[in-house]
Each structure stands twice: as C-alpha cells, then as structure tokens.
Write a protein that binds this ligand. Sequence first.
Ligand code: ADQ
Length: 455
Amino acid sequence: MARLVIVSNRVPDVSDGAAPRAGGLAVGLADALVPGSVWFGWSGKCIDTRSHEVTRAEAEGVTYATIDLAEADHRAFYLGFSNATLWPLFHMMPSFVTFDSAEYKAYREVNEQFAEALMALLRPDDLIWIHDYQLLGVAADLRRRGVRNRIGFFLHIPFPAPALFELLPCAEELLAGMLAHDVIGFHTPPDRARFLEAMAAHGYQVQGDDVLHEGRRIRVVVTPIGIDVEGFSRLAGRAIRRVEAKRVVDSLNGRTLMISADRLDYTKGLPARFDAYRRFLGSYPEHRRRISFLQVAAPSREEVEKYKSLRDELAYKAGAINGAFSDFDWVPLRYMTRAAGRGLLAGMFRISHIGLVTPLRDGMNLVAMEYIAAQDGADPGVLILSRFAGAASLLPEALLVNPYDIDAMAAAMHRAMSMSLEERQERHEALLEHIRTHNATAFSRSFVAALNRFN
Ligand code: ADQ
C-alpha cells in the first residue's frame, strides 16, 4: 500500500513523545494515519530567517515532520494573506477582506518553502494529501519540481460564490495552481458547485464533476469531515461524573443550560447570537430565570485587527445583557474567553439542554456533531444550527436558523425550551444516525479512496 503524506499548515505537537491531541483534523485523519505515514507542516515556531530544515518526531509509528517559519513570513503569509484575505473572502464576508500584494507574495513563497522542504521527504509512490486554504499553491510548486505523485487537496472552509472569488486580484493564479492536484475535495455539494462554476468562468473545461486540463482529469469530490462519534460519546459519559461537571450542575439550581463553544472568530456569529439571546429574554419573559447561557469562546488569531475588535464588541454586549436582565440570584449569560479541555467540553455539552451553533458561514462545524454525540439518548438536548454551516446539509433534523435573523433565532430558543421529550428523541436519533454515517473514518477513507482510484 502506498505511503500517505499529509500536508497541513499546523502539525500536532508530539515533541514530548505523547500521542497527538485530539483536535479536529487529527481526529478526521486518525484512521488514515497508519504507522509509516508522514504528517508535514509548520512547527508553530518562528525564527529570524527562512529555513528549509526539517525536524522529525515520531509517535505511534507516524513521522511528524516540521519546518519553522520566519517571523516576517508568519505575519504576511499566515496572519496576512491566509487569514485577512482568504479566510474572510472564502466565508463570503468581503467587507472584512484586505488585500496586500506583498502578503500574497509571501504566501506564494511560503508555499514554495513547503514544497522545497517536502522534496527531501517524498518517495515516488507516496500519496500526498494537502489540507486547506493556506496551502493552495503547494501542489503546483511540487509539480514544477518534477513531482509526479498523486496529489489530493481538501478545503476545510467554504468555497465562495464566483462573483466574490473574482474580487481576488490573484484569482486566476490560485485556480490555475489548484489544477496541479489530481483530486480536490469539499465538505458539501454547493461548495463543489461554486468551485466548478469559478473554473468554468475562467474558461476551464468542466465535465460533470471533473475538470479537464491539458490531457488530465481532475476529480472534484464531496467528502464531508466527521468526528469519532463513539469516542466523543464515551468522553461525555465519563466527564459528567467528574467534579467540574457536578459543580456546573450545582450552580444551575435546576435551570436549563444552553451552550455555545467556538473559536473567537467573526465567522462564528457570536454578536448576532448574543443579540438573539437578548431578544429571547425580552420577548419570552416566561423563560427568564429558567435558563443560563454559557458561551465558551477560545481566543484565536489575536494579532489580526478584526479579531481584537470582535473581542471588545462581545465584552460590551455580554455586559449589556447581564446588566439589563440579571437578578440578585441569577446571571443570564456566562461568557468565558478561554479554551476548555475536550473532556470538560464534552461533559458541558451533555448537561446542556440546548446546543447553539450559529456561524454566519462555516465549512462544516464539528461542534454541532460533538453536541449530538455527547447527548444522553434517553433525554437528549436540542441542536439549533445555522443553515449556513456545512453541517446543516447533513443534519436537517436540527432546528435550522438563519443567523442573520435575530427574531427567528430567539424563536428557535423558545421552541427548544418548550420541545417535548418525544420530539427531542426523534430528532436526536435521526441526527445521531447522520453523524455515524458521516464520521471521521468515512471522511478519510472516502478521500483516500478517491485519490487511489484516480487514473
Ligand atoms: P474550525 O473553524 O476551528 O475548523 P470547528 O469545525 O467547529 O471549527 O472545530 C472546532 C474544534 O475546536 C472542535 O473540535 C471544538 O470542540 C473545538 N473547540 C471549539 N471551541 C472551543 C473552546 N472554546 N474550547 C475548546 N475547544 C473548542 C475548520 C472549519 C470548520 C470545519 C473544520 C474541520 O472552519 O468549518 O468543520 O475546520 O474541517
């Protein structure tokens, strides 16, 4: 069997000899990362100058190979073009986009640096699987260096509407670079359709779900990511027996818990969510004092200006909600700006009657799946989910909401508070079935199978 080489911006840190932490991509790839595989990317460390030196570490038979980035490259490639241009544009939030040609140049150079460092690691029959928007050009850089291996690419975030993609001065160059892959994967059919539409608009030949280019056929597939459902469910079951979870339950005094957990990112829709909660408390006074909303927001990309202003905005809104509605013995909103451990988060999901997942736009959203997996089937909670998360296409039995519609979100909270046990169970059973079908194993197997089938 061919060796699998994973390439992503970040690589799990196994420098202390420990198994990689169970983050989204590590879980999604667990099944594919058999002993002998390689995972290559940035170490997370910055140094003074550019270097192609590769550091290797090993855990459970997998080689984790990393390079360091020059401090200036990290600013321009990562914080700049990747996260201040591509991230907001691909999430279809053009007013958040900045474009700086020097940052784009650094993006191209860092992609080159990845390709150059990879050359020392590759064997002729390796399957190469590149991940995400930071590395759109690596395959083309590898081809220029003579690499003939099969190369796959998976985009973890949405692909934008073609009219928005066109705002990028480098739109053509990015699309042309993507044609160096053999297989390109997206979470949902609409993402694939938008990508193919952009290809056609640029004059490339689209045939069914493939792009034909210079005698080659590029397969464009839909392989949604998933989670380890049984593993997360077990984690939640163990977590509710822990003292931290008991403390949370005690603090509720019999009130209903509603939970959200996200990276602190403007795509996740936190300000509108806070507005909706405020509207809910105002419009449905019968629920006041009966509910507590816990928002756990993990700080993210704090050096990017838009993320700093988001933090200020949320602190203001949270204060305003608590100022307007708190009572001497009740605080409506608990707002934490830190990451929670996975076990604790799983336990919190389990004891929450409502899971509120309302991104303005999201590639997939694993929190929605984790919330479902964490529930007790005998008394499951209700998932309120944005129709603009990729997960909505897999989870139609959630209460689907438009995250821009504050009244509709408030009404969904009311509906979730009032839903019968029978309806909750019916919805939960269906949702559980979907996340079992589209789990982490299905994700990596179907993508690798597409890459293997390619000819
Ligand atoms: P993210 O934007 O990071 O991922 P998501 O899919 O929700 O979003 O994954 C977040 C992960 O971080 C989950 O496992 C979640 O439990 C964890 N997490 C979130 N908030 C946390 C908190 N406050 N404390 C601790 N852990 C927290 C990108 C795309 C998504 C896509 C994934 C995978 O933006 O759309 O689903 O990649 O493809």
